[in-house]
Design a protein around this ligand. Sequence first.
Ligand code: ADP
Length: 653
Amino acid sequence: MFTKLLIANRGEIACRIIRTARRMGLRTIAVHSDADANAQHVAMADVAHRIGPAAPRDSYLRIEAILEAARISGAQAIHPGYGFLSENAAFAEACAAAGLIFVGPPPAAIRAMGGKSQAKALMAEAGVPLVPGYHGEAQDLPTLQSAADSIGYPVLIKASAGGGGKGMRVVESATDFPAALEGAQREARSSFGDDRVLVEKYLTRPRHIEIQVFADTHGNTVSLFERDCSIQRRHQKIIEEAPAPGMTTTMRHAMGEAAIAAARAVNYVGAGTVEFIAEGDSFHFMEMNTRLQVEHPVTEAITGLDLVEWQLRIAAGEPLPLTQNQLGIQGHAIEVRLYAEDPARNFLPSVGTLSHLKLPEGIRIDSGVRPGDTITPDYDPMIAKLIVHAPDRRAALARLSQALAQTEVVGVQTNLPLLRALATHPAFAGGTFDTGLIARHPELLDGTATTPDLALAAAALTILNTRSQSAIIPGDPHSPWSAQDSWRPNLPGHQTLFLRHQGETTEITAHPAPNGGWYLEWDSIQHTAHHDAASLYRLDGTAARATVIAAPPRLTAVLDGANHIIEEIDPHAPPEAASAGAGRVISPIPGRVARLLVQQGDTVAKGQTLLVLEAMKMELPLTAAAPGTVAALRCAEGEMVAEGIELVLLDPA
Ligand code: ADP
């Protein structure tokens, strides 16, 4: 076994690899960009090397810089994690040329599975079942359109070089095909530098079931069973579980055999995942990921194995630690991905500083960020993976709900309310869902309904208690004149607060109550409120847990998994200029103006797309909130724009 391992990655996966490497007695070497100089993976590793500026192409994708870090640090092996260079055959070759062990499959296997089209051709030869479709070389519109016509609509256009759900378009009818093709090609070009696509039958109620395989250099290949990754948004996984609900022994065996055949067909070595799309008892090959997957922890949970340890042992030339019949499934595991993103805005990544982060205890958490860290537009916005493992699925779901209830994130928008709603949704709990579950249940995006009363009370108590504490610090603490609380000679003291929550302003009158509590009155109802302990609040005798993070005038009350953003309003402040807001189209996130679709003087309809912003490799159309005329353009096509910048000014009609 080698003794020094460089991890060519960042975030949770770098941290996760470091943990296993350390347990195995290896020295760990991290690499980092400028943005990650203080990141958790850097803090965890034995040594760390800077490899460039924040943008991945200038750091985590720079083969030369990574090899140089390996040379300086005396690394003998490189683990690429997932994403970045993990499926880059040229990188695997460069490692070999530099005398380094690449912890992954041989470059030829990466290449063979690299393009979805080419991989499908190979799999057809190996007898692995495919979705009906076209994966040929010719890429002109007439060829692709006639392929789509003969497959029959709906069809799915996919980037051959695709990944992460990018460059994918569902086409419902022949007339929509040309525009959808153009969109898929554009996204494919900008994300992968390769606009080749394939077309296949779009299955309407499929499940995503994948098989974890492992192969060694001694000719052994095993299946570590399946994972069901059908809970997706924008064709990207957010919940994965193992085993797949409703999986039969016969189907598991057939899928395992097909996956092993796929791996053997390309002389696979190491950890790999063969992804299938399944409908009923039939399943079809989608692609093979030639690396460790994000969702590998659920397989680790049910098999009791450490897949990174297996990867390292195989890379060192050892045989597979277990044979197929020594492998078994224990219990049920579910992983959820907690993302900094806004489900209400088509899951657009949300950037910001994690001013408060509380992750549940007692379950496995794979995370690469700490409170105070920043989610930047440069990298994947995943905050953490929460993994539960229990004797059966029902118990695992109960644990998951509990774990999510203990999770709190302030500073960015997250998919936490969606995850909580999913964990208890009958369609998910029933186990007969498919990849369309989230799209079919828009109510999931509303999050959990909570009463705003307690949030308001918790915010009011925080403001009131902070004031009375700060009042006794200067001068004579016992003098009533130095107090800034409600004390008035001969009058019952009271204070009035104006709190804005969900667009409504509430006037709250507060009188001190015995035992440090307050009588709070709003909407003509008097409440008794206490802040009992750190996160325990009591309103009219009902106790609840809430965490209030104050960044005056803004407070975030985290309650039942929902973040209530409350602002203290100064009633005497002049009203906001009426002109601001209405016609201004603001960039919601830093990005690049991919297309500008209007010109100054154009008349636009409500909902019309004005421009397309490309942010975090996604296309985000920005539309007119109301009909009007384009009064001014504040950006140009191709321009990089910061968050919160005015891009277009509309004169409302
Ligand atoms: P990527 O490499 O971008 O992740 P995949 O080929 O793995 O793309 O597909 C991602 C997801 O898209 C799948 O998990 C599935 O939900 C959906 N999908 C892919 N192919 C089909 C299909 N033929 N019919 C329906 N859904 C599909």
